[in-house]
Design a protein around this ligand. Structure first.
Ligand SMILES: [Zn+2]
Length: 272
């Protein structure tokens, strides 16, 4: 690569990280307001304790928190570490997607999907729900990718040029999870671990990743969730009866699959 291209690449890397932290700042608003059924646009950000409207300096992602030493400028109450964490995480994910797929349609699709899964993760961890608004937002992205795949050019993550790939994706993993949820409901009488939110979440994931990667993501999510449940039980952090949220595992599995899924699948088939 010439010097100019290398420099341009570094500039784009920094830009992606910083833009990601700004998006993360907005995701924090979503994480706090969506479960409370509040608007994510109005009113502007304020301290949850003293309700003072925050100044632009307070709102600088990650660095605002460091400058304020984790305390509100006005009432000195501690600010949740979740704010800088979500901002840093989003910036890192944006940077990694660019490093993996460069400037491409895949990058655009994964920026959308991975970003959406951040509020899904944090809201599910806190409230054990996956809001329908987030699933519907995901569906819009899924429709855009499907239209691109059918009418413009085959979407490379699908590894297929069939027009129906995103539609099989829509029902494959979510369909299997739906059956698991119904069986759980019949056996445990409404106490099954799988919620309908998890089933619905796999509809946009399947449309954006295609059916092969969606099934791999479901498999990985079940493995990761299962291993974590066993560890939490052994460490006695969780009781046997209490369910753990599945959304964070779906997000993590989707991240792994979006980055390496097709390599994992071809590696697996080279073994058998
Ligand atoms: Zn305050």
């Amino acid at each position: 690569m010439s010097d100019l291209l290398t420099e341009l690449h570094i500039v784009i890397c920094i830009f992606m990280f910083l833009l990601g932290t700004c998006v993360g700042s907005f995701l924090n608003v979503c994480i706090f307001r969506i479960p409370a059924n509040k608007s994510i646009i109005f009113p502007p950000s304020e301290c949850p304790d003293c309700h003072t409207k925050l100044s632009p300096v307070d709102l600088i992602p990650v660095f605002g928190y460091i400058l304020l030493k984790g305390k509100c400028r006005y009432c000195k109450k501690p600010i949740s570490v979740q704010y800088p964490l979500v901002e840093f995480l989003t910036g890192t994910i944006w940077l990694l997607i660019y490093l993996r797929y460069g400037i491409s349609v895949e990058t655009a699709a994964l920026l959308f999907l991975y970003t959406l899964l951040i509020p899904v993760t944090f809201i599910d961890l806190k409230y054990m729900i996956i809001p329908n608004g987030l699933v519907l937002t995901g569906l819009i992205g899924g429709i855009v990718i499907s239209v691109y795949h059918i009418f413009i050019s085959p979407f490379s993550l699908y590894q297929s040029s069939s027009w129906y790939t995103p539609f099989i994706g829509m029902v494959s993993a979510s369909g299997i999870l739906f059956i698991i949820a119904v069986i759980g409901f019949l056996i445990y009488k409404n106490d099954g671990a799988m919620g309908m939110g998890d089933v619905k979440l796999f509809i946009p994931i399947g449309m954006i990743l295609g059916w092969k990667l969606a099934l791999l993501a479901l498999f990985l999510a079940i493995v990761l969730g299962g291993v974590t449940s066993v560890v939490l039980l052994i460490l006695k952090i969780k009781e046997k009866k209490s369910a753990i949220p599945f959304g964070p595992f779906i997000a993590l599995a989707t991240y792994i699959t979006g980055f390496f899924g097709n390599q994992i699948i071809s590696w697996y088939f080279s073994l058998i």
